[in-house]
Write a protein that binds this ligand. Structure first.
Ligand code: LLP
Length: 419
């Protein structure tokens, strides 16, 4: 969806230089068609089974993106009161929202109950007690699944691994049986399912096989104890190929085949929570080169995007392909350079010693694979305005989050009268 046409990188049918001229840089640019086709990969692969694809909205929760996916029949995985509110604002019914998160506040639980979410993924015994108390006080019954921590190594970056015993997530597998027994005695909650999520950016299906089989065993055991486990939420985490080698990562079809294989006998409604797989390659970060600087030992290409706009490289050492908007000549000489942002931290580096064709001031570059965990993790560090977001469909495009002015940012601060 972000490819060269007549020598220039386009988002669907729109040249990125046109967007840069109208919206300025840096800017996130998303493709409707990319979101749709990635979502359909899951849909096609699960067709004929009882499933709900709950897009993990933390990956990209712009209202336009949510509406687009809701229109395709997506459900949503929310992890805060804010995300539940965003889904509701996009017209999503509560029965298509699952509410996850290790630290839901009383207020968030209460509001999610009012919104009628279809499942609370309960992550601790303390949360269970509070949810029960709130539901009872409202004369309501909260539908729950217990999130199990299966102590499985997802084999991914330690900062986004969630299924090991030393991660803060879920209820230890050794305690699960007892917690379900306790939950069954509470008037304010109704057990409906089981939940598991072992990590993000998994590029190997083996840990999934282990997790899904464990989940299956638990469902059978809990049913044996008399609990109604009708829904099995397997979380998200399917990785994408950031390097440009699509064969290196499993497809949604392969992942879903495994889901079906491991869960077929159970007769549960299956929930999956993919975020990155749907949005990662549906967006890019468009940026302009502001300075090219020869250091003592290397060339620094300073672009106008920075770590506050796309945090992944600074936070996880993440790799993103970076390409010029104007296609280089065939056989163009490549030179190694460090592509960095203007923020006053050395970690504000998008790529080190990356082989690039000749890069000049004023040139536009594309940072690929930025549709997930890009705009949502942006900040205004260094008083850099939040980067705008643009959505493209065919030859049309629209700004779906505008760039605030510096005055807007300053005006949010308040000076106390006593100062
Ligand atoms: N479900 C739960 C309960 C999660 O915690 C997550 C991600 C997902 C689903 C979706 O995972 P996905 O399919 O997108 O991998 N900021 C990091 C990723 C953090 C993921 C947190 N949880 C990054 O930029 O790589």
């Amino acid at each position: 969806m972000f490819e060269y046409t007549n020598g220039e990188m386009c988002a669907e049918d729109v040249a990125l230089s046109v967007i840069a001229a109208e919206v300025g840089t840096p800017a996130y640019v998303y493709s409707c068609g990319a979101f749709e086709s990635r979502f359909h990969e899951f849909e096609t692969a699960l067709a004929g089974s009882n499933y709900l694809i709950c897009y993990a909205m933390k990956a990209n929760s712009n209202q336009a993106v949510l509406q687009l996916l809701a229109g395709l029949g997506a459900g949503f995985d929310a992890v805060s009161g804010g995300e539940v509110a965003r889904a509701v604002a996009a017209g999503v019914q509560g029965k298509r929202i699952v509410f996850s998160g290790v630290g839901k506040s009383r207020d968030e639980l209460s509001r999610a109950l009012d919104a009628g979410v279809c499942q609370f993924n309960v992550e601790s015994e303390a949360e269970l007690a509070i949810l029960n108390e709130i539901a009872c006080s409202k004369g309501r019954v909260a539908p729950i699944a217990i999130r199990v921590n299966p102590n499985i190594d997802a084999g991914t970056h330690s900062k986004i691994s969630t299924g090991k015993a030393d991660n803060k997530f879920g209820i230890p597998i050794s305690r699960v049986r007892e917690v379900y027994q306790n939950a069954a005695c509470l008037d304010g909650v109704r057990i409906e399912g089981l939940d598991m999520h072992i990590g993000s950016q998994l590029t190997d299906l083996a840990p999934y096989r282990q997790a899904f089989n464990t989940a299956g065993d638990l469902v059978r055991m809990l049913r044996g104890d008399g609990h109604a486990i009708d829904r099995l939420d397997l979380g998200g985490g399917l990785g994408i190929d950031y390097q440009g080698d699509a064969d290196a990562t499993p497809t949604a079809a392969e992942y879903c085949a495994l889901v079906r294989q491991c869960t077929a006998e159970l007769g549960c409604e299956i929930v999956i929570e993919p975020g990155r797989y749907i949005s990662g390659h549906s967006g890019i970060l468009l940026t302009e080169v502001i300075i090219v600087k020869e250091g003592e030992s290397r060339t620094f290409v300073v672009v106008d995007a920075a770590m506050n706009d796309l945090l992944r490289p600074a936070m996880y050492g993440a790799f993103h392909r970076i390409e010029p908007v104007i296609a280089p000549q065939d056989g163009a000489t490549l030179m190694p350079c460090d592509i960095v942002g203007p923020v006053c931290e050395s970690s504000d580096t998008f790529a080190m010693q990356r082989q690039m064709p000749q890069v000049d001031v004023g040139q536009l570059l594309v940072i690929q694979g930025a549709g997930a965990y890009g705009a949502v993790m942006a900040s205004e560090y260094n008083t850099r305005p939040l980067v705008p977001e643009v959505l493209v469909r065919g030859s049309r495009f629209a700004v779906i989050r505008h760039r605030p002015s510096i005055d807007d940012i300053i005006a949010r601060d308040r000076i106390p009268s006593w100062l």
